[in-house]
Design a protein around this ligand. Structure first.
Ligand code: SF4
Ligand code: SF4
Length: 103
């Protein structure tokens, strides 16, 4: 069975994803700079996550069907720390009309 996140993606179209500028590739980190926008001198944000209908620019596929993070190995710390099955995960799934986390 594939991981439940690969048929979800709700969190990647729900929350602003902010992280320290040092995580960006042009500041010595791993997150591709082209997929980030500057918020302040010290904070960056994943492109698309502050749109009216948020969708992280790194997300591929169709939410609720099949998705993938295009920069999985290089994703920023908030994404690494986001826990499947957490309250925030459940809220994101609910908003997208997906059922409770099946894990
Ligand atoms: S909302 Fe939860 S189940 Fe869906 S992709 Fe994010 S962590 Fe995974
Ligand atoms: S970087 Fe990847 S895991 Fe993080 S919000 Fe974007 S698509 Fe989702």
């Amino acid at each position: 069975m594939t991981h439940p996140c690969l048929s979800c993606g709700a969190c990647c179209v729900s929350f602003r994803v902010d992280f320290a500028v040092q995580e960006r590739s042009d500041h010595g980190g791993c997150v591709p700079a082209g997929l980030a926008v500057e918020v302040t001198a010290s904070i960056s944000r994943m492109r698309g996550t502050d749109h009216r209908a948020p969708r992280c620019a790194a997300l591929t596929g169709v939410v609720g069907e099949h998705v993938a993070c295009g920069i999985y190995e290089w994703r920023p710390s908030p994404c690494r720390e986001f826990a499947a099955g957490s309250d925030a995960c459940e809220r994101a799934r609910l908003r997208r009309g997906l059922g409770p986390y099946p894990g």
